[in-house]
Write a protein that binds this ligand. Structure first.
Ligand code: HDE
Length: 723
């Protein structure tokens, strides 16, 4: 695949992303950074064969000097990320609502760079941490760069930027011990949340499967804040941005996530890399929720409050274009690491609102880039530079690679013609002339006071399985919290969300007494209707496209079965991998070699969406005795995956699953009709009926009185001392 760096034109007229001539041809000469040809790159210069190294060895000195300075500070949040290039294509002209040029003409394409990320972990943390995913999009429009720096969750933890450092301190490793890494399951995080009722809505989202996506390709993106569109006549329309994945939503289960992190900590980045490399380009549609002041004035919540969303059922999402990622980066550091997003990067036709979180972000992003990239000239890096001509009088600073030519570096000036330099552009960016009045004060608007109603709405919008996962996630996370008072405060908040959820979590934590709910700042509404758009399960894929089948094969496997499954997956737009006892592969019944992509120990079933046990009559026996093979099956079953199997797999199924009844998701494969039927079922992704509700209701606490356990003697739980 041919891949090229994006080029930029800088204000001194040079064009092309490369600012130096780096020799990249295969077989080119190795030189120093000064271009001096190197004859020996194996040995440093020394006095005698066993003597000291000489200071004059400029090659050694330069090489080690540069290596010593390879690291730059990682992002203070969203440190772990992965990016790719692509384009945005507009479906229809939106000139009636925005003068943004990228929306002016149907079919118009705009170059894009997207970076996905996790928030809490450091750069080397694992992909399947339970965490919010960043979804940052840089659109290199004809009128400059527009960044939509969003997340895969439409709301946020806090309402005011002034709390962001506290939130991030609380979630990151605790400062004395330096752990836990990339986890919210610890005291400081839940302590903070328990004292910030405004974060409860987001807490529901992060305890849902949204924070353990199966792939970046299967998640939604949201701009979160309310922005403005402004048209040529200066009319403003409020807008919320959504990215809708073409392949539908999908997440994994928590137990699976934990195991994926061990088996392949790069699961998400590998998935993105592989799909683009094979030409299955990830795609999202841009959706807009558009509304005016009349809606804003009558909506139950404040449109400036980032802890609230506007249900799609109330303001439908209008799909106006598509984002396609079709090009891998040439170099991870140069592009993905050095890309600098900023919410303040908007183009004519796009404007801000007074959301206090957005206002703080507009300040923060520019500031952080200086710390991270070390120079105000980061804008000249190829991944950050506009694709349209750009022209400023800014100059100098570290790494000044775009200084203007000529004598003039200020404006106004009285030079003439080309010497004069750029002048102000008629029709350039103009801020929406919003009327502003008010007293200077530190205050939170009373319209931001409802903290529970939408949390409840989110919960009642989930399917039963999803609700179960939310309760289990709260139980897991709070079980890692040492301070019982923190656990109690969270359960107290949950009482305002849903009584049953609170009971389930309290029971899961073994609480004897239900804590009292806190006094809400505003009485929660309990009648907001469910919003099906908020469920993953109700917005899943319509085919198995983009998913992956794992086939555990033995010698003697039916070659016909393998070619039948290969055909079925190809037709569905899905991929498949062979997993074998040895990476060399196995010999099929017709003597052909079936190459393996994974050796059994490196290809556990958590890496696949569905699995097949494809054994020949002779080669199958040994699997039942292999722990990795038993785990392969037991995990696939426990994670509710479809399992296809051939006759020879009976022993392994028995060894892995014992006497558990095989349900309709465990399907014998013995010919074309059964392969077809298996292929059809796969679109459901999981057999959720298999998942046993975690029945802790017998332990549910009562209000005020300890309830006797249903089991034998109730031994009082040891209450850890308060720290
Ligand atoms: Fe960010 N955020 N953020 N954030 N954020 C950063 O900028 C910040 C917030 C988001 O792929 C930083 O370049 C403040 C909401 C993404 O490179 C920093 C506040 C949302 C990324 C920063 C927020 C986000 C960042 C760190 C509260 C979702 C990764 C490195 C007012 C809508 C961008 C950097 C990438 C990164 C500040 C809240 C999304 C420190 C002060 C809400 C996707 O500037």
């Amino acid at each position: 695949m041919k891949r090229t760096n994006g080029s930029h034109s800088s204000n001194n007229g040079t064009s092309g992303g490369e600012t130096h001539q780096r020799e990249t041809r295969a077989g080119g000469k190795l030189t120093t950074a000064q271009g001096i040809p190197v004859t020996d790159d194996q040995n440093s210069l020394r006095a005698g064969s066993r003597g000291p190294t000489l200071l004059e060895d400029f090659h050694l000195r330069e090489k080690i000097f540069h290596f010593d300075h390879e690291r730059i500070p990682e992002r203070v949040v969203h440190a772990r990320g992965y990016g790719a290039h692509g384009f945005f294509e507009t479906y229809e002209s939106l000139s009636d609502i925005t003068r943004a040029d990228l929306f002016a003409r149907p079919g118009q394409r705009t170059e894009a760079f997207v970076r996905f990320s996790t928030v809490g972990g450091s750069q080397g943390s694992a992909d399947l941490a339970r965490d919010v995913r960043g979804f940052s999009v840089k659109l290199y429009t004809n009128q400059g760069n527009w960044d939509i720096v969003g997340n895969n969750i439409p709301v946020f933890f806090i309402q005011d930027a002034i709390k962001f450092p506290d939130l991030i301190h609380a979630v990151k490793p605790e400062p004395d011990r330096g752990f836990p890494q990339a986890q919210t399951a610890h005291d400081n995080f839940w302590d903070f949340i328990s004292l910030m009722p405004e974060s409860i809505h987001m807490a529901l989202w992060i305890m849902s499967d949204r924070t353990i996506p199966r792939s970046f390709r299967f998640m939604e993106g949201f701009g979160v804040h309310t922005f403005r569109f402004v048209n040529e006549a200066g009319k403003s329309t409020y807008v919320k941005f959504h990215w809708k994945p073409k392949l539908g939503l999908q997440s994994v289960t928590w137990n699976e996530a934990v195991k994926i992190n061990g088996a392949d900590p790069d699961f998400h980045r590998r998935d993105l890399w592989n799909s683009i490399e094979m030409g299955a380009f990830p795609e999202w549609e841009l959706g807009l929720q558009l509304f005016d002041d009349t809606f804003a004035d009558t909506f139950d919540f404040d449109i400036l409050d980032s802890t609230k969303l506007i249900p799609e059922e109330l303001v439908p999402v209008r799909r106006v274009g598509r984002l396609v990622l079709d090009r891998l980066v040439d170099n991870f550091f140069a592009e993905t690491e050095q890309v600098a997003f900023c919410t303040g990067n908007v183009v004519p036709g796009i404007d801000f609102t007074n959301d206090p979180l957005l206002q703080g972000r507009n300040f923060s992003y520019l500031d952080t880039q200086l710390k991270r990239l070390g120079s105000p000239n980061f804008t000249f890096l190829p991944v950050n530079a506009p694709r349209c001509p750009f022209s400023t009088f800014q100059q100098d600073g570290h790494m000044a690679i775009g200084n203007r030519r000529g004598r003039v570096n200020y404006e106004p000036n009285s030079y003439e013609g080309a010497d004069r330099g750029p002048g102000e552009a008629r029709g350039g960016y103009a801020s929406f002339p919003e009327q502003l009045t008010g007293e200077k004060q530190r205050v939170r608007s009373a319209t931001f006071a409802d903290h529970y109603s939408q949390a409840r709405q989110f919960y009642v919008s989930q399917t039963e399985v999803e609700q179960r996962h939310i309760a289990a996630a709260f139980t897991f996370e709070l079980s890692k919290v040492e301070d019982p008072a923190v656990r109690e405060r969270i359960v107290g908040h949950l009482l305002h969300v849903d009584g049953q959820l609170a009971s389930k979590v309290a029971a899961g934590l073994g609480m004897r007494v239900m804590p009292a709910p806190p006094t809400p700042a505003l009485e929660p509404k309990t009648d907001l209707p469910p919003s099906p758009a908020l469920s993953i399960a109700l917005n899943g894929p319509t085919s198995f496209e983009g998913r992956k089948l794992g086939i555990l094969v033995s010698d003697g496997v039916s070659a016909k079965l393998i070619s039948g499954l290969t055909r079925a997956m190809k037709a569905a737009g899905a991929t498949l991998e062979m997993i074998a006892p040895a990476i060399f592969g196995v010999e099929a019944d017709d003597g052909t070699l079936i190459e393996a992509q994974q050796q059994l120990a490196g290809g556990p079933s958590v890496l696949y969406d569905a699995v097949v046990l494809a054994f020949g009559p002779t080669g199958a026996q040994s699997f039942a005795a292999m722990p990795a093979a038993r785990d392969f099956v037991a995990d696939a079953y426990a994670h509710c995956k479809y399992i296809g199997y051939t006759e020879g797999a009976a022993d392994l199924l028995k060894a892995a699953l014992g006497d558990q009844p095989l349900d309709e998701g465990v399907m014998p494969l013995d010919g074309k009709p059964s392969i077809d039927a298996f292929g059809k079922e796969l679109v459901n992704l999981r057999v959720w009926a298999r998942e046993k509700p975690n029945d802790t209701t017998a332990l549910a606490p009562t209000n005020g009185k300890p309830k006797a356990r249903a089991t034998t003697k109730a031994s009082p739980a040891k209450v850890p001392a308060k720290r």
